[in-house]
Design a protein around this ligand. Structure first.
Ligand SMILES: Cc1cc2nc3c(=O)[nH]c(=O)nc-3n(C[C@H](O)[C@H](O)[C@H](O)COP(=O)(O)O)c2cc1C
Length: 262
C-alpha cells in the first residue's frame, strides 16, 4: 500500500474484534516506526507500555477504563499506553554529541567546540522549561502517528483515547515519576468495515492553511486533489448510507447493549 492510501484509509476504528489477538511482530513494527520519528535535539522522549488484555492482571485493566473510552478498552486485545519521559531531556547533551558524530549536526573544524561551549550550555540553561508540555508532546505525536500508519498498513485498526486517570495509571503500571502519560491507543483487527463509515469530516483546506500571511488561503489545486483521489487518499465521505445499520449490527454482535456513545 502506498503512503497516500495508508493516510487515506487511516481513521479511528472504535470497534475491534475482541477475540482475535494481535501478533507481537505487528506491535513491534508499530514501535519500530515510532522510534524512528524525529524529536527536537534527538532527545527521544516517547515511551510506551504495551498492555495485552489476555495477559494483564485486573488492576491494570481497571486503570485503563475511563468514562469516554469504556467499550473501546473492553474490546481491544491490545492497548498501548504512550507516555513521555521528561528524564530524556537530562541526557540531551549526549544525544547532541551522537548527532555530531553521525555527521547530522553542524559543519566545519570547530563544530565540536561550538557544541560543547555554546549549544549544550544554552540548552542546559533552559532545561527545566524544555521538560514542560510543548515541543516534546509534538514530537511524541509524530512517533504515535508513524506507529498508527504502520498499524493500518498491517491491516490493524486503532483509536487514540485520552485518559482522565493518568495518575492512577502511572502508579498501577509503575511508571517513573518523570513520566507524563500521553494517551492510550487501542489496537486490534477491525470488527467494522475497512471504510469505518467513510472518511470523517474535516474543516475546509482554505480555512486551515495560509500562504505568506495569515488570512491569505494557501491555493488548493484541483489537479492535486484529483491526483490524490485517484491514489486513494481521498475516499467516500462519511456517513456511508448503511452506517447506522452497521452500527446497530456491531452493537448486537459485540454485546455492547447499554453502552450508547461510549
Ligand atoms: C490525541 C487524541 C485523543 C483522542 N481521544 C479520544 C477519546 O478519548 N475518545 C474517543 O472516542 N476518541 C478519541 N479520539 C479519536 C478522535 O475522536 C478522532 O480522531 C476524530 O473523531 C476524528 O476521526 P478520525 O481519527 O477517524 O479521523 C482521540 C484522538 C486523538 C488523536
Amino acid at each position: 500500500m502506498q503512503l497516500r492510501e495508508v493516510v487515506g484509509r487511516r481513521r479511528s476504528v472504535r470497534f475491534l474484534r475482541p477475540y482475535q489477538p494481535v501478533e507481537m511482530e505487528k506491535i513491534q513494527r508499530m514501535l519500530e516506526a515510532a522510534r524512528l520519528a524525529s524529536h527536537w535535539g534527538n532527545v527521544q522522549s516517547l515511551r510506551a507500555v504495551v498492555v495485552i488484555r489476555e495477559q494483564v492482571p485486573s488492576d491494570v485493566l481497571e486503570a485503563l477504563f475511563a468514562p469516554v473510552a469504556g467499550f473501546q478498552i473492553k474490546l481491544a486485545p491490545v492497548v498501548i499506553v504512550w507516555y513521555l519521559d521528561t528524564a530524556a531531556v537530562d541526557e540531551q547533551g549526549d544525544r547532541l554529541r551522537e548527532l555530531l558524530a553521525a555527521g547530522a549536526l553542524g559543519f566545519g573544524p570547530k563544530k565540536s567546540e561550538a557544541l560543547e561551549e555554546k549549544l549544550i550550555p544554552f540548552f542546559d540553561s533552559i532545561r527545566e522549561g524544555l521538560k514542560q508540555p510543548g515541543l516534546g508532546e509534538v514530537d511524541c505525536g509524530q512517533g504515535i502517528a508513524q506507529a498508527t500508519l504502520m498499524a493500518f498498513e498491517q491491516g490493524l485498526g486503532t483509536c487514540c483515547l485520552g485518559t482522565p486517570k493518568a495518575q492512577e495509571l502511572k502508579g498501577t503500571l509503575g511508571l517513573p515519576d518523570t513520566a507524563r502519560v500521553l494517551l492510550l491507543q487501542t489496537v486490534g483487527y477491525p470488527a467494522e468495515s475497512p471504510e469505518a463509515g467513510g472518511q470523517r469530516p474535516r474543516q475546509p483546506f482554505e480555512k486551515l492553511f495560509h500562504l505568506n500571511r495569515f488570512g491569505n488561503p494557501f491555493p488548493r489545486s484541483d489537479d492535486v486533489v484529483e491526483e490524490l483521489t485517484e491514489d486513494g487518499m481521498f475516499t467516500a465521505p462519511a456517513p456511508q448510507p448503511y452506517r447506522e445499520a452497521e452500527l446497530d449490527y456491531l452493537k448486537e454482535a459485540l454485546g455492547l447493549k447499554g453502552h450508547g456513545l461510549f
